[in-house]
Ligand binder design. Structure first.
Ligand code: SME
Length: 163
């Protein structure tokens, strides 16, 4: 079944689940300006509510373009991703969300978790620049689709927004 959320038998179920997550995140982050707390809270919310997600977290863009791991939930992950490498590096370089149905077919995929099968990476923008990415992994193939993309982009925009 496509889609990470598994909030029901169709896109409507997922839409409803994500609408609830958006409302929860808006409320949780309302009075919290600290970026680490915002990212940590978001990672926990997503990992706890999206059953198909095996890893949820953030990588922060360093001055040299490398991505350094930030707050996350799930198994231990790679700490530094070289500039432009992997799904995360591709999303940061393209400044757009990258959805990968089969990580084994993605050139340069960085396998922090050998059991990961699919992935979605959403850039977080500030003043036109990528300062972080939101990364979700799944052990199921094709776990993420356009519905996940739409809602995860909305969630990432909430995290990136200064309160
Ligand atoms: N698979 C990612 C690396 C980060 S882990 O998934 C947590 C990538 O190819 O960029």
């Amino acid at each position: 079944m496509a889609g990470a959320a598994k909030g029901g038998s169709g896109g409507g179920g997922k839409d409803a689940l994500y609408a609830d997550l958006v409302a929860q995140l808006e409320s949780l982050l309302e009075d919290c300006p600290d970026p680490v707390a915002r990212m940590a809270t978001t990672a926990a919310l997503l990992k706890d509510n999206l059953p198909a997600v095996s890893w949820a977290g953030f990588y922060l863009r360093r001055g040299d373009g490398a991505l350094v791991v930030g707050p996350y939930q799930g198994p231990l992950a790679c700490m530094v991703l070289p500039p432009g490498r992997g799904v995360c590096g591709a999303a940061a370089a393209r400044r757009e969300t990258v959805v990968v149905e089969d990580v084994h077919a993605f050139p340069g995929h960085i396998a922090c978790d050998a059991t990961s099968r699919s992935e979605i990476v959403v850039p977080l923008m500030k003043d036109g620049e990528v300062w972080a990415v939101l990364d979700l992994d799944s052990r199921e193939p094709a776990a993420f689709d356009g519905t996940d993309r739409k809602h995860l982009e909305a969630l990432a925009a909430i995290v990136a927004r200064a309160p």
